[in-house]
Ligand binder design. Structure first.
Ligand code: DGL
Length: 222
């Protein structure tokens, strides 16, 4: 029995949406949460800077004795996952997978994410692999992270930001909207209201990430 903690890291509060799924699936594991609130948001910072911040965060979780780290941030995953896996090997590091695959299997899609995630190699690769023959419409969730960080996710301002972000997707008849940032599930009630009656399914990848944590714990005997 390895009772060292699992570290969960995000630029801020968003990773708690992943933390909650890991907690649900692994109720007896200890979890350490690191939200880099001082540097949030990451979304439009240069890639190099996000990589440096992610490195510092993972180093601090390792110093706290974590046996595994979940990078519960799409932006940090896009900027740094290969680098982190190499630097901290053999410790397993789980990243956010843009949930484009399940959405593409279910026809036309829209993806809302941070700017830095959408222009990243990881998103391009996943979209190329699973998105052929599917119309993929992407849009940055402008202001979403700030709204969540300041506890304003139930305000008229939040509703307007969500309407603006998904407008083009709805115009094109998107029927799957993928949440490409771990802060966005906190806006789910607003999103559901905005897309009500339009036949849209909202895809949150956090349960799949938590399942991956369970798998890797097993695989590494942790
Ligand atoms: N939760 C982070 C993500 O998944 C938010 C990024 C940000 O800080 O802008 O990308």
């Amino acid at each position: 029995m390895n009772d060292a903690p699992i570290g969960v890291y995000d630029s801020g509060l968003g990773g708690l949406t992943v933390w909650r799924e890991v907690r649900r699936m692994l109720p007896s594991e200890s979890l350490v949460y690191l939200g880099d609130g001082k540097n949030c948001p990451y979304g439009s910072r240069p890639r190099e800077e996000v990589r440096r911040l992610a490195d510092e965060a993972v180093a601090s979780l390792v110093a706290q004795g974590c046996k595994m780290v979940v990078v519960a941030c799409n932006t940090a995953t896009a900027a740094a996952i290969d680098f982190l896996r190499e630097k901290y090997a053999p410790m397993p590091i789980v990243g956010m997978e843009p949930a484009v695959k399940p959405a593409c299997l279910n026809t036309r899609s829209g993806v809302v994410a941070t700017e830095r995630s959408l222009d990243g190699e990881l998103f391009r690769r996943t979209a190329a692999k699973y998105g052929s023959g599917v119309e993929l419409i992407t849009a940055p969730g402008r202001g979403f992270v700030e709204l969540v960080e300041s506890d304003r996710e139930s305000t008229p301002e939040a509703e307007q930001a969500v309407r603006d972000a998904v407008a083009v997707m709805l115009e094109h008849g998107a029927d799957q909207i993928v949440l490409g940032c771990t802060h966005y599930p906190f806006l789910l009630p607003v999103l559901e209201r905005v897309v009500a009656g339009r036949g849209v399914e909202i895809v949150d990848p956090s349960p799949a990430v938590a399942r991956r944590v369970v798998q890797l714990l097993d695989q590494y005997g942790l």
